[in-house]
Design a protein. Structure first.
Ligand code: FAD
Ligand code: SF4
Ligand code: SF4
Ligand code: FES
Lengths: 262, 603
């Protein structure tokens, strides 16, 4: 099928530049194959992350011609080869080396989220009753492979770098909270956390995160918007506020009506 | 010499399902735990597992129980399994699965609202708890999100290159951070190896770069024994086209949901070759097989769901004899089920979402209308570090192993779904016993000279002229050779030839040079992985030569049948005092009567 030219960003936290490489392209090849070929023949110290090569582990995120994508799921046939293809690391995270970035901040955010706190088991063997419909709703979020492409794309993190004060948890962790919040067995309240610590208010629903998600999770429509509504109900709705006061206790009070599937 | 030191009571090497579960358990016992992994947390092989996790929950078929699961596992392993491990596994898997649910896993459900279970090869009843075809992701994320709140210290993108000993017992591990090549020393009272498999010894594999047999090799060089190394699982259905995705797994779940194997004449060739010990359990007609996959309790399983070793060899035969598909595989057809059910396309997408996605994106093929092309791929290693069944301790005091890098439970062939259950059952046990061991031990002494020797060895490739050997080239050649000479069908002369080649590879490894610096340098990392790959390849080849019969994942053209004599032994390798690999046969301990009765009752 011929050759392709790549401009790959080479460097580390102190800076770097694009270097030119050439790769032989064969049928069905993906960008990650080309990177491996370059590694094996021209640049053995070219750094990139990968594991599964099948879009299942979320390791190989990078920006291909400026678009945040998984290198292992981007077929060469889908990219024009008449011009050089640029490959660079995700922009929103500190550079480590070449295509590898420091994504440790994401792990810190995850740790802030209290894990599942299930209600008492329904059955004597310690299990619960849960229907497939109930499971479906959160299984969508649980498909997340933690590629952090959505985090990389969200302008709040990418352009405003809101990783400290104020800190925005980012779309990945909004849906993580959503998956726990909508979990039929859960009894923990994380709404204050999403409002005050993960600052869900900073999201202005541009939906860019949803567009890049390789798992096609409807991050904004099914995760963030319902969460925002619940935060509003909980903290800003005067009627709910009084109801909450009366019932004393937040989690029980908040109406657990099924959230819309958009 | 420059390195940082960390001290823990228990150090777990590997953060797949086995390592995470071990770390959680050890931490719960109140000791300090360190957890090391080569990739980022949550990216281990476990994340790729698709089909499900085997546990006799009996949610779908109430005839299931631990005894049937045990008997299935032993039959699948052709009776050279460690029967005690198979027993513990079958008994404890259900509780480990329920525990996952407590920790947040969301499995697919039955109509009654319980955990749903699906059919898989070699399992008599629907037994695999699953989440579509991304069960491994659910398992690892659940353990990860639970584990990070248990006070475990995680060291990511850190690779261990050698274990350290104080006299007989293990006392530490030495490694480097991938990010910048910094060296690191872990001192620990007990160490758990949970490093997964070694598929990267072969050219066509479903494994990632991580599968280089590090734990096998670390354990071996530290004095532990390896057993059953000749038993490699070649999964029958890997992708074969396009070339760049060759080897990527196509889950057995496709066949569990009714998918059939067809050759280029449109024949369902699996019906032609059914082993005697499975005849009574296999469907007579296409229609009966279909009913089985749809949960009819009176139907028997279709021949596509025979054990993996057998299906893989049948596919190879079809291809060899000219009945293969366009690109050298056979056809796997799930689209045909439209003959039986309406809305088949939607059904397939819901049951096998990631397979649909994988073929669509990587193969440009719609599995709801077209057949897939599949062929065998190196998938799993049954062999590994020999451990005590109950405690998972190796013969090196303080050194434990669990998960794919440990051996015993699977015998000559692993049943699908038995690995995800294995890793959490024995991960837990390893963590528990490592913690117990650590509570009664103190930190061992580190020998600085030994550290300097290791460092010298590890940085040596930077000091050689760049014109000498390239690590990637050696790795490729090794993989090609292992594929050809010690692959799915083996002979004495080819394995001998491979053994000779390994000697040359060892010599070439001594000449590998790498360019650049120690910052995230894949060339350097590959050169270090080669040490492990060569070690395990040698184990495979020497064990394979010794087992002069065909059984499970070890098929020899020169000894195509099972032999009673070899059915009574395991092959064991260890490092001799001269540094050379020693191989021997060892009788399998007699199975106690109560287990023999279980097997008889489930014939
Ligand atoms: C594509 C695919 C699909 C599968 N599907 C199924 C299925 O449906 N059901 C089933 O039961 N089984 C399945 N398996 C098998 C199963 O996934 C694995 O056997 C199992 O996950 C192994 O788990 P583990 O914890 O032992 O090791 P792994 O998950 O492989 O983890 C190994 C860990 O060790 C670390 N490590 C390795 N070497 C070093 C070192 N030198 N230093 C530091 N850390 C190190 C790695 O970074 C990693 O964290 C599948 C396997 C594959 C590849
Ligand atoms: S919708 Fe919100 S989270 Fe998603 S990219 Fe836009 S601002 Fe970021
Ligand atoms: S939500 Fe989607 S884009 Fe974001 S990390 Fe998960 S898989 Fe990646
Ligand atoms: S390598 Fe796993 S997602 Fe690309």
């Amino acid at each position: 099928m011929g050759q392709a030219t790549f401009h790959i960003w080479r460097g580390d936290k102190n800076g770097g530049s694009f270097q030119e490489y050439h790769a032989e392209i064969t049928t069905g090849m993906v960008v990650l194959d080309a990177v491996h070929q370059i590694q094996a023949t021209q640049a053995p110290d070219l750094a990139c992350r990968w594991n599964c090569k099948a879009g299942k582990c979320g390791s190989c995120s990078a920006e291909i011609n400026g678009k945040p994508r998984l290198m292992c799921m981007t077929r060469m046939e889908t990219i024009p080869t008449d011009q050089p293809i640029t490959l660079q690391p995700m922009k929103a995270f500190p550079k480590m080396k070449d295509l590898v970035t420091d994504v440790s901040w994401n792990y810190k955010v995850n740790k802030m989220i209290p894990p599942l706190k299930p209600r008492k088991p329904d059955f004597p063997d310690g299990t619960w009753h849960m229907t497939q419909e109930e499971a479906d709703r959160i299984q969508e979020f649980r498909k997340c492979i933690e590629c952090f492409l959505c985090q990389n794309t969200c302008h709040v993190l990418r352009d405003h770098d809101a990783k400290e004060q104020p800190m925005f948890g980012g779309p990945r962790f909004m849906i993580r909270v959503a998956s726990l919040d909508m979990h039929p067995l859960d009894t923990e309240d994380r709404l204050k956390l999403v409002k005050d610590d993960l600052n869900i208010g900073l999201c202005n629903i541009t939906k860019c995160c949803t567009e890049v998600c390789p798992e096609h999770i409807r991050i904004t429509d099914n995760g963030i918007i319902p969460l925002k509504e619940r935060v509003v109900d909980e903290f800003y709705d005067p009627v709910m506020w009084i109801v909450n006061k009366f019932r004393g206790g937040r989690k029980e009070a908040s109406t657990r009506t099924p959230l819309p599937m958009v | 010499m420059d390195y940082t030191t960390h001290e823990h009571d228990v150090l777990v090497i590997g953060a797949g399902g086995a390592g995470l579960r071990a770390a959680i358990e050890a931490s719960a016992a109140g000791v300090s735990v360190g957890l090391v992994c080569k990739s980022l947390l949550g990216k281990a092989h476990t994340v790729m597992a698709e089909g499900g996790i085997a546990a006799a929950l009996a949610n779908v078929d109430d005839r299931d129980n631990w005894e049937v699961h045990f008997a299935d596992t032993m039959r699948g392993g052709q009776y050279v399994n460690n029967w005690r491990m198979a027993e513990l596994h079958a008994k404890e898997a259900p509780e480990r699965v329920r525990e996952l649910e407590r920790w947040g896993a969301v499995f697919d459900r039955t109509k009654e609202g319980k955990i749903l279970q699906r059919n898989f090869g070699g399992h008599r009843y629907p037994r695999l708890a699953h989440v579509g075809d991304r069960t491994g992701l659910e398992l690892i994320r659940t353990l990860q999100d639970h584990g990070i709140h248990q006070g475990i210290q995680v060291y990511m993108e850190c690779a261990i290159v050698r274990l350290l000993k104080d006299g007989e017992r293990v006392c530490g591990a030495f490694g480097y951070y991938r990010e910048d090549g910094r060296f690191v020393l872990f001192r620990a009272k007990a160490i758990v190896l949970a490093t997964g498999g070694l598929g990267k010894a072969y050219k066509i594999t479903s494994n990632s770069w991580e599968g280089t047999g590090d734990g096998h090799s670390l354990g071996y060089h530290a004095g532990a024994e390896l057993i059953d190394m000749e038993f490699i699982q070649f999964h029958p259905t890997g992708m074969v086209w396009p070339p760049s995705v060759r080897g990527i797994l196509v889950t057995e779940g496709v066949r569990g949901e009714g998918g059939i194997l067809v050759n280029n004449r449109g024949e369902r060739f699996m019906f032609k070759d059914i082993p005697d010990n499975y005849k009574s359990q296999t469907a007579d007609t296409e229609e009966e097989g279909w009913r089985y996959t749809q949960g009819d309790k009176n139907a028997r399983r279709p021949p596509e769901l025979l054990t993996r070793d057998h299906v893989a060899r049948c596919i190879r035969r079809e291809v060899r004899e000219g009945r293969g598909s366009e690109h050298g595989g056979v056809y796997l057809d799930i689209a045909w089920i439209k003959k039986y059910i309406p809305h088949a396309a939607e059904h397939i997408k819901r049951k096998l979402p990631s397979m649909y996605h994988q073929f669509k994106e990587l193969g440009g093929l719609d599995i709801t209308t077209q057949p897939m092309e599949v062929g065998p791929t190196t998938h799993y290693v049954m062999g590994g570090i020999r451990v005590h069944a109950d405690t998972q301790m190796t013969r090196v005091p303080g050194l434990f192993a669990a998960g794919e890098c440990a051996a015993g439970i699977n015998g000559a062939n692993r049943l699908g779904g038995n690995s995800l259950s294995d890793i959490i059952v024995f991960g837990k046990r390893a963590g528990e016993h490592a913690a117990q061991y650590a509570k009664n031990a103190s930190l061992g002494a580190i020998n600085p000279e030994q550290l300097r020797d290791i460092e010298r060895e590890v940085v040596a490739p930077f000091e050689r002229p760049v014109t000498s050997e390239n690590a990637f080239t050696i790795q490729h050649e090794l993989q090609e050779n292992m594929q050809d000479l010690a692959g799915i069908v083996r002979t004495e002369s080819e394995m001998q030839q491979m053994h000779g080649k390994l000697e040359q590879f060892w010599q070439r490894l001594g000449k590998v040079a790498v360019s650049g610096n120690r910052w995230y340098n894949p060339g350097w990392h590959t050169s270090l992985d080669l040490y492990n790959l060569l070690t395990v390849s040698e184990g495979i080849v020497l064990s394979g030569i010794m087992r002069k019969e065909s059984r499970g994942g070890h098929y020899r053209e020169d000894y195509p049948n099972k032999s009673e004599e070899f059915g009574k032994v395991n092959i064991v390798v260890h490092k001799g005092s001269d540094g050379k690999m020693q191989v021997r046969q060892e009788p399998i301990p007699e199975m106690p009567d109560y287990l023999k009765r279980v097997i008889e009752a489930n014939r």
